[in-house]
Design a protein around this ligand. Structure first.
Ligand code: NIG
Ligand code: FE
Length: 416
């Protein structure tokens, strides 16, 4: 199927020489074509340019192409949300009330709430229920402009339940038009029955869970919550080492609650990304500068938990790339709205609209190992994009926060 989207006020995030990621000053580069068209053929971006161009005129004259009128809206590459936990059994708004009253994330976790609360409910949830509710969330984030998403296990914490979650993710991959990557996060919390015997739980992950996950080919990546009160650097080292033997590249939770050493151990194992990073100083920035690891900030979690904000400006000014993701989950970030994340990038982290857009598109795609085929408007990339309502310019996207500014979404070259 071939069609042209015309009457585009600005085509955003164009790349003639596609890059896999953007770092430091490059994060301000966001190419835009005013008064543009884009040609989509068999799910892929085949051509784009100005409506003044001779190419466009010959496409129109040939009468071979169906035209979709963008109505003077902007066209953006879809958001690439590289960190979510959107398969979960139930919401946790009761804990949220406790948080408002002053309990911290760690205190709730210590008394068996938080992740362990979700893990308990997970034991009784059927694959069908989990699939249905996650499907609904996927549709919701697609309506808000997300075209690719990573989803983690980690609310199972037993071999059976972790495999159950990953099978649900596999089914979502098969059925959904979003591009999906899956991550095994058995090391999300230590189950109550292993309290005081944490090493034995790590042994279970290494000796039983990882081999089973790998033999069913259920995960693309492996994750560990390496932080104060959760898993230590030593645990993380052992788990990542075991995962790498099965070809599972790490993407880890690091430095959300303290300077945990998580960033350094992630870099040591060539993690695709290290995520959260609220507690990041010179030493961590230095480690990241000499790596291929994408520092990924999760503004929704810091905002929702009222935590310190990761030093995004400092990282970019030091020459690092930054990706931003939603962390969509029932405990620390119950929203997968990437338009809101883009607004937070500027409001809370002082990133320019250009930096924010690159952080939530191309750099997010890199953090899922998808930037060769997604994350920008480039010939040959998968046609995942959205058309906005008429807006004055790109700055309006983060500025006019909290509403859905999208009028149409296209995934794999198909209008939804
Ligand atoms: O990324 N920090 C660890 N894990 C999730 C929270 C999961 C939960 O509370 O359910 C996060 O914020
Ligand atoms: Fe997370």
């Amino acid at each position: 199927m071939q069609f042209i989207i015309n009457n585009i006020k600005e085509l955003v995030g164009v790349e003639n020489e596609p890059k896999l990621l953007l770092k430091g000053k490059e994060m301000s580069n966001l190419e835009i074509i005013p008064d543009a068209f884009i040609l989509i053929s068999d799910g892929v971006i085949a051509d784009f340019g100005s409506s003044d161009s001779s190419d466009y005129k010959s496409y129109v004259n040939s009468n071979n192409y169906k035209m979709i009128d963008a109505g003077g809206g902007h066209v953006f590459p879809s958001f690439c949300d590289s960190h979510t936990h959107l398969v979960y059994p139930a919401s946790r708004e009761i804990e949220y009330i406790d948080k408002i009253k002053g309990l911290s994330y760690e205190e709730i976790a210590k008394r068996g709430g938080g992740i362990l609360n979700s893990a308990q409910k997970m034991q009784h949830a059927s694959e069908e229920e989990l699939y249905e509710s996650a499907w609904h969330r996927l549709e919701e984030i697609a309506d808000f402009g997300t075209g690719a998403v990573e989803i983690k296990s980690g609310y199972g914490l037993t071999t059976d339940s972790e495999l159950k979650m990953l099978r649900v993710i596999r089914k979502l991959k098969e059925k959904s038009s979003l591009s999906i990557k899956s991550t095994f996060l058995g090391a999300h919390a230590v189950p109550l029955e292993y309290r005081g015997r944490q090493t034995e739980y790590v042994d279970l992950i290494i000796n039983e869970m990882i081999p089973m996950v790998a033999s069913e080919e259920l995960a693309d990546f492996i994750d560990v919550f390496c932080d104060k009160g959760f898993f230590t650097v030593e645990d993380t080292d052992r788990i990542l080492n075991a995962g790498m033997k099965y070809g599972l590249r790490p993407k880890i939770h690091a430095n959300e609650l303290a300077r945990s050493g998580g960033i350094q151990v992630g870099v040591k194992y060539n993690a695709l990304s290290v995520d959260h990073l609220e507690y990041t100083e010179e030493e961590e920035i230095e480690a990241l500068l000499n790596s291929d690891t994408m520092p990924t900030i999760l503004p929704g979690a810091a905002f929702f938990l009222n935590m310190p904000y990761s030093p995004a400006r400092k990282m970019i000014d030091a020459g690092l790339p930054v990706a931003m993701a939603s962390d969509f989950n029932p405990g620390s970030s119950p929203s997968g709205n990437m338009q809101l994340i883009l607004s937070m990038a500027s409001i809370l982290y002082r990133m320019t609209p250009e930096e924010g857009i690159n952080a939530t598109t191309l750099n997010g795609a890199y953090a899922m190992d998808l930037s060769h085929e997604l994350g920008s408007i480039a010939k040959g990339k998968i046609a995942n994009l959205f058309i906005t309502q008429p807006i004055p310019n790109i700055a309006y996207m983060p500025y006019y926060y909290g509403t859905n500014k999208i009028s149409k979404t296209i995934l794999n070259g198909i209008l939804r």
